[in-house]
Every structure is written in structure tokens, then in C-alpha cells.
Design a protein around this ligand. Structure first.
Ligand code: NAD
Length: 441
């Protein structure tokens, strides 16, 4: 789905998705019988046996010895122990077991290189037990929202991945930082600039890292556009056009509650257009003009807007026009136009299947090039970037300051829509992004 897109509507926050196979509480069964019974579920989630072995720290006494394959005259083959030749993996507690965690984040650990899931935080113990069984997480590493601080005593957890409704991000970041854990927090960072600032301050004072999970900034097609821009191939940037819309279902879900979501389509899906306009151009907007539409007679939009269109002006003369919606058929595209080339993605913003095309003139002829770029799991890339930052004490590429700047622009967008006036946006007080992420194989 698009961030939230693709998410089935009519959801129940405390239910596993119907596609998940039913499980007994498997935390108490032996590792071997667990492997036998959970094999199908592991395959379905993309978690390899090697990844599982890594997560469960296999007991050597339980190791399987096979008879020698070769004659005694042949030298024995050295088989690495499960713990050998494996990169170091940062252990994560995933907080909130909703659609994104179950559908994307937990499976992505199976594709990651430097990250593993070692704990779960959920208000629903039975659901958490089932998920723990699927992913080889100890049942003693399941927590709820009240005993969250007990994560402090879990040596397998170095980082916390917050995947809760938007307005809860600030509280769980502050509480997580206070117990000394590094924080990876879903977008949007929070629902007010004040909360974003609190989160940054809490992580600074606890000396832990804070990264906002802007997966598209780690995605190879987006990285390619940034490279083209940095190499000057696009020429002078002129305009950016983007749309990210989906048709919402259940009017009772938290996304339609102002206090939990902080807005409607804008903070949920429009933020992808906003963030892309900023990071693809490498510039910061100085003014915004915006319109929202909120048909209150539709039960989905009693509290939040259905549509939001905003235009950003950048000091260089670059302009961005962005559209987001909660009532339109799913639309995901963007185009960055320079005076020498343009690059467009349709679809863009999605988890998979992104398609990049670049248009330029070669030998007097206009050509449309589709670069061949290998698809990679965006969540695995993003988590691995954060894990390497934690392991190497490096600054994340998308720290809290990046989320704060999006929130400041979001506030200006709402102000413009409310007042019908163009609103000026102060430049950020310093850089909002850390060093470019390293390519990961
Ligand atoms: P969801 O509703 O499916 O899951 C939310 C989880 O929070 C559920 O497990 C729910 O039980 C729990 N929860 C705890 N307290 C709650 C409360 N008071 N009200 C409602 N739920 C409560 O939502 P989701 O789609 O998983 O989204 C979670 C976060 O992830 C949001 O911040 C969203 O913006 C973000 N997200 C990001 C992407 C992306 O591509 N990066 C995609 C989807 C969602």
C-alpha cells in the first residue's frame, strides 16, 4: 500500500490479518519442533532459516550432526557455526502490531543484513504471542504499553521501532530514550512541531539516536534521482509535481481522528510528496499556498480533510505542486523537472513496483530512458541504515530534524488553507539531513 495505502480498510487494531495462519503459543516448544511447525509461516514471511537461527541464538547441544559425505582421505569441510561469518545485527523492539508492522516491517527483518527483531510491544498479548512464535521471539521479550520501560533490562534490544498512531510517537520516543534505547520512529514524526522538538531534545539528552523512517530516502530509484540532480544532469531545477492519494474505508479508524492522526490525508500520504519535494531538490521551501476540502457530511471526514493540495515556492525559483487525497482512487506519481532532463516515477511512493523514467535529448533526439534498478526492500534498507548508525555511532540520514521540518511545513500548509493566504516558512536552523546513506549490497 502506499504508506498507509494498501492497508485494508475496516481494520481491527487488535486482530491479526486474516491471511496469517493460526498458531498455538509456540514460545515453549523446542526449537526443532518450532522450526518444523513454523516452516510454512517463515516462508510466507520471507524470514530465512539463517535469519531465524540468528534471532534465536541456537543451542549447540541441539545441533544436528550429519554423517561424513566424503572419504576419510578428503579434508573435512569447515562449516561455520551459526554465529560465525554473520554481520553484527542490532536488536529491535517493534512497538505496535498493526498493518505496517505485520505486513511490512517484521517480514523486512528477514531481508535485512544488520537488523533483527528481538522484542515486541503490544496491547494484545495473544496477538503478540502469535507474532513472536512466527518470528522466533522469546515470549519473555513481549511487553505491553504499561511495562514498556522493562525493555531497559533486555540486553537483546538496542533500538525501538515505533509504529503507533501519529500522536503517540512523541510519548513512546521520550519513554524509550529515557531507558537508553535508540529510536526509529515512523512518519509523520508527530502531530505538532512542539512534540517533534520534545522528541529531539529527549534523544539528545539521553545520548541516543533518533531517526524518522522516511523509507523513500533509502530507496534506490529515489537515490538515483538524487544522484542525477547532484551530478547536474537534470540542469537547473524548475518544478516538481506529485500526487499521493487513496480511498479510505472505515470511518472509525484512528487515521480519521484528528487527535490521533494530526490531520487527514496530508500527514499520512501528502507528507510523501512534501518530503520528496524537499529531499529530491535538496532545497527548503520559503512559502506555501494550500487548499483543503473536508466534506463533513461524509462520516470519514467529520474531523479531518479529504483532500489537500499545496504549492511550495523555493528561494531558487523552483516550484512544487503537491496533491494528496483520502477519497480518490489510488494515485501515486511524481516528476522532477530540470531545464535539461526530467525524472518521473509512476508509481512512486509505493512499497514495491516503482518505475523510474528519465527524459532527455541525445544527439538531437528526445529519448526516454528507464534505468534498470534492482528492487530492494525499503524497510530493510532503512532499518539497516539505522543499525549501522547505532553500531558505528554515526548520524542517521533522516534524523529528527528532518521530521521536524516536514511538520513545520505541514503546519504552514494548514494555516494557508485555513486563512486563504500564502504563508511564509522560516528556513530550518541547521541541516535537516545527515550524510547520504552508504550503498548496501
Ligand atoms: P494500524 O492502525 O494498522 O496499527 C496501529 C497499531 O497501534 C495497532 O496495533 C493498534 O492496536 C496500536 N494502538 C495502540 N494504541 C492505539 C490507539 N489508542 N488507537 C489506535 N491504535 C492503537 O496503523 P499502521 O498502518 O500500522 O500505522 C502505524 C504508523 O505507521 C503510523 O504512524 C503511520 O503513519 C505509519 N505508517 C508508515 C508507513 C510507511 O510506509 N512508512 C506505512 C503505513 C503506516
Amino acid at each position: 500500500m502506499p504508506q498507509s495505502s494498501g492497508i485494508p480498510t475496516g481494520m481491527n487494531h487488535d486482530r491479526l490479518s486474516p491471511s496469517e495462519p493460526p498458531h498455538e503459543n509456540e514460545a515453549s516448544v523446542s526449537r526443532r519442533s518450532f522450526l518444523r511447525s513454523a516452516g510454512g509461516a517463515l516462508a510466507a514471511t520471507g524470514l530465512s532459516a539463517a535469519a531465524l537461527a540468528q534471532q534465536t541464538k541456537p543451542n549447540q547441544q541441539d545441533a544436528v550432526d550429519l554423517p561424513p559425505l566424503h572419504a576419510a582421505t578428503e579434508g573435512p569441510e569447515k562449516t561455520p557455526a551459526p554465529s560465525e561469518s554473520q554481520p553484527q545485527r542490532t536488536g529491535y523492539a517493534v512497538v505496535g502490531l498493526g498493518h505496517l508492522s505485520l505486513g511490512e516491517i517484521l517480514p523486512a527483518f528477514g531481508k535485512s543484513k544488520y537488523s533483527r527483531v528481538t522484542a515486541l510491544v503490544s496491547g494484545d498479548r495473544a496477538k503478540a504471542e502469535k507474532v513472536a512464535g512466527q518470528y522466533g521471539i522469546k515470549s519473555t521479550s513481549i511487553y505491553d504499553y504499561r511495562n514498556y520501560e522493562q525493555l531497559a533490562q533486555n540486553p537483546d534490544v538496542q533500538a525501538i521501532y515505533i509504529v503507533l498512531p501519529n500522536s503517540m510517537h512523541a510519548e513512546y520516543t521520550e519513554r524509550g530514550a529515557k531507558i537508553g534505547k535508540h529510536i526509529l520512529c515512523e512518519k509523520p514524526m508527530a502531530t505538532s512541531a512542539r512534540d517533534c522538538e520534545r522528541m529531539i531534545a529527549a534523544c539528545k539528552s539521553a545520548n541516543v539516536k533518533l531517526m524518522i523512517a522516511y523509507r523513500q530516502q533509502y530507496e534506490p530509484n529515489n537515490r538515483e534521482i538524487v544522484s542525477l540532480r547532484k551530478a547536474g544532469k537534470l540542469g537547473a531545477l524548475k518544478s516538481f509535481v506529485a500526487s499521493n492519494s487513496q480511498d479510505q474505508g472505515d470511518p472509525d479508524q484512528w487515521r480519521q481522528k484528528l487527535a490521533l492522526a494530526g490531520g487527514g490525508c496530508l500527514p499520512d500520504v501528502g507528507v510523501y510528496c512534501l518530503n520528496a519535494a524537499r529531499f529530491l531538490s535538496g532545497e527548503e521551501p520559503s512559502e506555501v499556498t494550500a487548499f483543503t476540502y473536508q466534506p463533513k457530511e461524509d462520516p470519514r471526514f467529520r474531523e479531518v480533510e479529504e483532500s489537500c493540495t499545496f504549492m511550495l515556492r523555493f528561494p531558487s525559483g523552483f516550484l512544487a505542486t503537491c496533491n494528496s487525497g483520502y477519497g480518490a482512487h489510488k494515485t501515486q506519481f511524481m516528476r522532477l523537472e530540470g531545464d535539461r532532463q526530467w525524472a518521473e516515477m509512476s508509481p512512486s511512493f509505493a512499497y514495491r513496483g516503482l518505475r523510474l523514467r528519465v527524459n532527455r535529448v541525445e544527439d538531437g533526439r528526445t529519448v526516454l530512458v528507464e534505468p534498470s534498478i534492482e528492487e530492494k526492500d525499503q524497510f530493510a534498507l532503512e532499518m539497516d541504515h539505522f543499525s549501522l548508525c547505532v553500531q558505528g555511532n554515526l548520524q542517521p540520514h533522516t534524523p529528527g530534524e528532518e521530521g521536524l521540518q516536514d511538520q513545520r511545513v505541514t503546519d504552514a500548509i494548514y494555516e494557508s488553507a485555513r486563512t486563504g493566504k500564502t504563508v511564509r516558512i522560516a528556513p530550518p536552523s541547521g541541516p535537516t539531513r545527515g550524510p547520504e546513506p552508504q550503498e548496501q549490497s
